[in-house]
Structure formats: C-alpha cells, structure tokens
Design a protein around this ligand. Structure first.
Ligand SMILES: Nc1nc2c(c(=O)[nH]1)N[C@H]1C(S)=C(S)[C@@H](COP(=O)(O)OP(=O)(O)OC[C@H]3O[C@@H](n4cnc5c(=O)[nH]c(N)nc54)[C@H](O)[C@@H]3O)O[C@H]1N2
Ligand SMILES: Nc1nc2c(c(=O)[nH]1)N[C@H]1C(S)=C(S)[C@@H](COP(=O)(O)OP(=O)(O)OC[C@H]3O[C@@H](n4cnc5c(=O)[nH]c(N)nc54)[C@H](O)[C@@H]3O)O[C@H]1N2
Ligand SMILES: [Mo]
Length: 716
C-alpha cells in the first residue's frame, strides 16, 4: 500500500489525497483547437494538467503549450485587482481600486465621451481571444458605436473574404475524404499537432500531398509527395500558372464549370500570362515543378482539398488575391461542394463551423438598430467593410493619431498587444495619445502599463464558457478553480458595463448565461444539460454536409454561381480593385539595392503563441533567445556564424536578434517570430503597406538587410 505522501507525490486523485479531476478547455491557441483538459485540483489549486481522454477533439492528447497551462495561468505577472494610473503613461505607477470604482469610472468616461464627441469616438477592441466577441460586439452596437474591431483584422478574415467573394459563404477542406491534399502554406507540425497526426494517418492510407511553402518544413519532409518552394507572396502567380497548365491540357472539370461557375473565360485568358516563359522568374519555382503539380492534380485530384490559410498567405500586400488564385484551383477542377473537396460551411459560434445553427449572427446584428457612421478603416478598405461590416483595426493607430475622418477619444481593449500591429511603435504612440484607454488582460503586459484603467480577466479554467466544435459538438464548461485574486470573466465585465452604462439592452444586462440561452435557441439541448454533461455533447440538430446542395440551390453571390470573376467588385469601379484574381508582385523595387533580403515575420513556432508564452519558463527554455533564422549561404556571405548577434534593418529601423542558421530557409529570406519584448520585429514593418482588398498588413514580405553586430557593441 502506498502511503499518503507517496500518493500525493504521484498526484493520485482519491479521497485520501483530496485531489480531484475537473474538466475544462485550454484556450491558449487557435479556436480550432481548444483541447479538452483534465485539471488535477487540490485545495483550490491546479497541480497538474493533462489531455481529457473523453474529449472528442484531442482524446487525451495535449501539446507543449497545453502542458504548460499551470505556468501560464499562475504567471507571476497575473493582474490581481483593478487598477488606476497615478503617474504618466508608461511609468508603471498604478494603485489598486475596487471593481465598483473601476467600472463606474469607465462608464462615466464613456458616457461623457459619447455626449461630447458622439458614440463613434469610442472603440471596443478584442485581441486574439474569441470567446467573448459576440458579447463585446453587441455591447459596442448597443452603446451606439460602429467601432468594434479585433485581431481578425490581421488573421483569418482575408481568406474568409476570398470565399465570400467566390461562393458567398466560408468554406473548409473536407480532407478526410480527399485523394490529394494541397498543403499550401501548411506546416501543422508547428501549428496544429492534431492535424499533423491526422495527415500522417491519411498519408499512410494512400493520400497524396503537394506542399507549397517558402521553407522546407516537417510537412514537406514527412508528407510531401511534391514540394514547391516559392518566394514569399508570389503564390498567386504560381497558382495561376498551375491553373494555366490544367486548362491548357484540358485537365479541368468542363461540366462543373458550365453548370456552376461564372467568369471562366476571362479567368482562363488571364491565366495565360503565367507560364513556362516567366514563372521561375516571378516565383523562384521552376516550370517543371508547376507541370508536375498540374499532373498530380490531374491524376489524384478527384477529390482534392486545399489548406485554408489564416495568416501566411494573407500577410502580403497582395494576400487576398493570391488566396483567391489558389482557391480557384478547387473551382476549375470541380472540387467545391463535393465530399473530399472544399465544402461550404456556416459559422456556429466565434468562427467555428460546427454543423449546426445558433443565433450568434442575429444576437449581434439586432443591436445595430440606428444608422451609424462608417467604422475605422471602412472607407479605406471598402471591400473589407462591404463583406465584414466591422472596423479594420489595421487603420486604428492612424485614425487615433490623425483624427480623420473623425477623432477617436476612448479605447476599451480586451487583450491589447501593440506588437500584433505593423509599426508597433506607432500603435503604442496612439495608445499614449488617446484620451482614455482601458485594457482588460490576464497579465500586466507592456500595453496594460499604458492604460488609464486596467482590469484583471480570468483564464478559461476560472470561468464558464460555451464552445462549439466541428462535427456537431457543443460544450459548456464549469470553472475548475475560483477566479484567481480578484479577476473576473470577460463576459461578466462586458455585461456589468452594459448595466452601468444603463444601455437599453435587457439581454446583455441579464448576463452571459442568459445571452447563451437566447443564442442556443435553435439547439434542443439546454445550457444546463450541456454544463451537467462535463464533456462535449452531440447536438441533435447537427447536419453533415450534403454534396452539391449549395450549388444546386444557388450561392449567395451576385450571380448565384461560383465566381472566378467577382461581380461584387466589378459593380464598384470606384474601389479600384480587380474582379479577377489578378497577381501583383509583393515587393516593389524601390529599396531593393539597400535592402537586398526579404523579411518574413511570425512563421509559427511550436513553443510560442504571439505574446502569451514568451514569459512561460518551460516554453521559453526551448528557445531562450529571440532568434532570426537565415540561410547558411547568406550568413557566410555576411560573415555571420551560428548564435552570433545580428542586426536586422528595414526603412523603419533596426532590431537585434540571435542568428539561427538553417538550410530550411531559402536563400534571400530572413524569418523571425513576433511579439518578443526585447526584439520586436513588428516595429520594423510598415503600417501603411496594407493589402487594399483586405487591409491586412505585409507581415510576411518586407525588404530588409542584415549585418553582424560587432563584438564590442554586443558587450556594451
Ligand atoms: N504553436 C503555435 N500555433 C499557432 C500559433 C502560434 O503562434 N503558435 N498561432 C495561431 C494563429 S493566430 C494562426 S493565424 C495560425 C497560423 O497557422 P499556419 O498558417 O499554419 O502557420 P504559419 O507558421 O504562419 O505558416 C505556415 C507555413 O506557411 C509558410 N509561409 C510563410 N509565408 C509564406 C508564403 O508567402 N507562401 C507560402 N506558400 N508559404 C508561406 C511558413 O513557412 C510556414 O511553414 O497558427 C495558429 N497556431
Ligand atoms: N509580425 C507579425 N505580427 C503578427 C502576426 C505575424 O505573423 N507576424 N500574426 C498576426 C496574427 S495571425 C494574430 S492572430 C495576432 C495575434 O496577436 P494578439 O491578439 O496580440 O495575440 P496574443 O498576444 O495571444 O493576445 C493578446 C493579449 O490577450 C491577452 N489574453 C489572453 N487571454 C485572454 C482572455 O481570456 N481575456 C483577455 N481579456 N485577454 C486575454 C494576452 O495576455 C495578450 O496580452 O498577431 C498578428 N500579428
Ligand atoms: Mo492568427
């Protein structure tokens, strides 16, 4: 028999040890993941976390980030109480205040702002966290401002727009039924371990993979039957050349195109400009590889699906159009709305298409009753606004600083990280210049240190939360532990603000759970049933994809067909945008001589997640220093050795990082992860180099130069 000490040491859950297992979800990374977690709790403290075996998504598995949850939620810099600023902005001088004082002050300031400058002068922002968004958006509209904007102004929405243009709805690859997977900018070994495992399983069953990546990745090595390595942001040209080859050889689905596609002839004529004569010069990919890709699509591509890319393909001046060009390959080969192809989906909840309907959309829209001015970025990015209806937050710092087309006076941000934005220093300057800035976060971040009021939010383990998972799953969590210190759930903060602002919005004032009960009306399970279950439940209303149903019914595009040529764009010549998925080079030649290398930032690392995990010891130990990866050939030419300190310079300025030499990086490219406090790559990215279609920044293609930092400077 083990002694109690032994049982405790081994963290065995039983009556003797008083250790209990409680379930929740890990919300550190993408909402497509949010794995089920089992927390071992003793005396109100989480002493161990592991994957929940009964969770349908991860079935007991957990990644390095998830395994570090205890270090994440118990970070030393967790915010403990609401605070108000007592010294100059950025001085770090704060004093604790009560929740009542904090919320009343915020309500009073916002009401004054509305009275003095109009409701549009208040901006509500949400960072990477998604779960609170529908509530925050409704709060903004109920308050009367159109200015609700999020991190999705630089993530995911560009690809969503491409599909809204082509098909009227979002899509996703139904890869489990594909014969060929086009892994375009796809390295799940770093960003989604569950997807990587699934792909390995499918590969073992005979699925073919084409991997298209600027770097030689684990996906290229382990999965790729064919690997194409274009220069960053040249993917549109490459896709158009593959299309041209497919069309020239008659390897397209003529019947499908006749029945369902609009604009094929004009598109085909445009594709002819991308061919053996110029493709290597445009992209760096030899034509031979283009021909091989086309041949593989012909041989195995029925059905074929394509990776949806939320960031790397979108983070260029030409990102949205490149993405359209890639997705057009699914359209001309008849791989849309068929099993194993790209299938149309509807969002269930916070960008998750779970196969059943909720009233999320109505919940947000019904609060937008009055006519409002254009939100931030709407006139600069009219296609974005037409399709998404919300602010394009990439224009936020400019509008705060310039005050045009109208001034912004207050910003209420749930998770503000200036290093998410291009020209992060300009964003910080904007935060410092706005009259009133509130930041709600888990941690005392650098941005929080510039706010007038800081509110402590709690983590996913400390709150209750609704979550929809693909395959018809619904989950409603219970808190695993009490909110740490005086922290509160974001949802409670939003609903409490609605009360103190005395908004005419009974539902929001009734609280998160009441809102969820309202939103889940189309679902026959109750919130209580979901919560009692303790693991995700199958929603009876789940409807799997029905092949060709959407196409036969007619799509929500101007022509009702799949549009290779966008009639929405064509009907707005004043936008100055192209109706076809045209290609433009991602970089101009102006600074080419002075800045001979290309800088790509933010390529994901398995142990980092934006700004969240750089201060988590276990994860930081896997790569303690901020590194920039470069090709050994380039390094040799510059006299740079492994682990030496280098300086990266763009027309925006310079930062220093440690050189990490790797043959996985193509020549001419420098790659660095973002959001490091000591080496902020986003400070080198021009905030005015935005994709005119989506407003997305060019995080993945900038000109730069690199030099070795002389040893004595390094010591100084
Ligand atoms: N561990 C971890 N996981 C994450 C995140 C994280 O920070 N850390 N972030 C989450 C978020 S917010 C997002 S948006 C997703 C992003 O998820 P992914 O898109 O999967 O991740 P990335 O690493 O940005 O890009 C994937 C691949 O695209 C390649 N690539 C970069 N630029 C180009 C290009 O111009 N053309 C081509 N063809 N390939 C290119 C990169 O070399 C990389 O191998 O990841 C999510 N998951
Ligand atoms: N240079 C460069 N910049 C990039 C990218 C790139 O590739 N390169 N990628 C872009 C992409 S795709 C994305 S998605 C963004 C992500 O960028 P951000 O939105 O900045 O992401 P995070 O740093 O994860 O989170 C922002 C803040 O939210 C806080 N937070 C965490 N959980 C909660 C919570 O539950 N409630 C509240 N209130 N706050 C919370 C965190 O502590 C953090 O301070 O970065 C973008 N910026
Ligand atoms: Mo993202």
């Amino acid at each position: 028999m083990a002694t109690k000490e032994e049982l405790l040491k081994a963290k065995i859950p039983c009556a003797e040890t008083g250790i209990e297992i409680r379930h929740s979800l890990c919300d550190i990374c993408s909402p497509t993941s949010h794995c089920g977690v089992s927390c071992y709790v003793k005396d109100g403290v989480i002493i161990k976390v592991e994957g929940n075996e009964n969770h349908p998504l991860n079935k007991g598995l957990l990644c390095t980030k998830g395994a570090s949850n205890r270090q994440y939620i118990y970070r030393e810099d967790r915010l403990r109480t609401p605070m108000k600023r007592t010294g100059p902005r950025g001085s770090g001088q704060y004093e604790p205040i009560s929740w009542d004082e904090a919320l009343d002050t915020i309500a009073e300031k916002l009401v004054t702002c509305k009275a003095d400058f109009g409701a549009q002068s208040v901006f509500f922002f949400c960072g990477y966290s998604k779960w609170l968004r529908p509530l925050l958006q409704r709060l903004a509209y109920s308050f009367g401002t159109p200015n609700y904007g999020t991190e999705s102004s630089t993530c995911f929405t560009s690809g969503l727009m491409a599909w809204e243009i082509a098909a009227g709805t979002p899509s996703r690859p139904s890869m489990n039924d594909s014969r060929l997977f086009l892994g375009w900018a796809c390295n799940p070994y770093y960003t989604g371990y569950l997807a990587a495992r699934n792909m390995e399983r499918l590969k073992a069953q005979g699925m073919k993979f084409i991997i298209v990546d600027t770097m030689y990745t684990q996906a290229a090595e382990k999965l790729g039957d064919l690997f194409l390595q274009p220069r960053p942001g040249t993917d549109g040209a490459l896709a158009l050349a593959i299309a041209n080859e497919l069309i020239a050889r008659g390897w397209i689905d003529h019947e499908f195109i006749r029945a369902y596609v609009h604009g094929f002839d004009e598109y085909a004529a445009y594709c002819r400009g991308f061919n053996a004569s110029n493709i290597e010069e445009l992209t760096g990919v030899p034509f031979e590889k283009v021909a091989q890709a086309a041949a593989m699509i012909h041989e195995y591509g029925h059905p074929m699906s394509i990776k949806e890319s939320s960031a790397p393909l979108a983070h260029h001046m030409n990102g949205m159009q490149n993405y359209r060009a890639i997705m057009s390959l699914a359209i001309i080969t008849g791989n849309y709305d068929v099993s194993g192809g790209q299938i149309p989906v509807e969002f269930t909840w916070t960008h998750q298409a779970a196969g059943y309907r909720t009233l999320e959309h109505e919940f947000v829209r019904e609060a937008r009753t009055t006519k409002m001015p254009y939100p931030v970025g709407a006139q600069r990015f009219p296609l974005w606004y037409d399709l998404e209806g919300e602010a394009q937050a990439m224009d936020l710092s400019r509008q705060i600083l310039e005050g045009t087309p109208y001034p912004l006076n207050a910003l209420v941000a749930f998770g503000m990280n200036n290093r998410m934005f291009p020209d992060s220093r300009r964003m910080m300057k904007a935060l410092d210049s706005i009259d009133f800035f509130v930041d709600i976060d888990l941690f005392m971040t650098d941005c929080a240190g510039h706010a007038d009021i800081i509110l402590p939010a709690c983590s996913s383990f400390e709150r209750e939360e609704f979550k929809a998972y693909p395959g018809g799953w619904a989950y409603y969590t219970k808190p695993v532990i009490k909110p740490l210190y005086e922290s509160r759930a974001d949802s409670d903060i939003i609903c409490e603000l609605a009360r103190r602002l005395q908004l005419d919005d009974e539902l929001l004032k009734a609280g998160y759970r009441a809102c969820l009960e309202h939103i889940l009306q189309p679902v026959s399970l109750t919130v209580q049933q979901l919560q009692d279950a303790d693991t995700p439940l199958q929603v009876p209303e789940f409807r799997p994809h029905e092949p060709l149903a959407a196409l036969k019914q007619g799509l929500r595009t101007p022509t009702g067909r799949l549009e290779l040529k966008s009639e929405l764009i064509a009907s707005h010549p004043e936008w100055g945008l192209d109706a076809l998925p045209t290609y433009r080079a991602p970089l101009d030649d102006v600074d080419a001589a002075e800045y001979p290398l290309t800088l790509t930032s933010g390529g994901r690392l398995p142990f980092a997640l934006h700004s969240r995990l750089h201060d988590v010891a276990w994860l930081r130990s896997l790569r303690p220093k901020a590194c920039a990866e470069l090709n050994p050939g380039d390094a040799a030419a510059l006299g740079i050795l492994q682990d030496e300190l280098i300086e990266i310079t763009t027309p925006m300025g310079s930062i220093q990082a440690v050189a990490l030499l790797s043959h996985h990086i193509q020549k001419g490219l420098v790659s660095m992860y973002h959001s490091y406090r000591e080496a902020d790559i986003s400070s080198l990215i021009n905030a005015d180099r935005l994709d005119p279609y989506s407003g997305f920044p060019a995080h993945r293609s900038n000109r730069c130069r690199v030099s070795k930092v002389p040893a004595k400077e390094e010591q100084a």
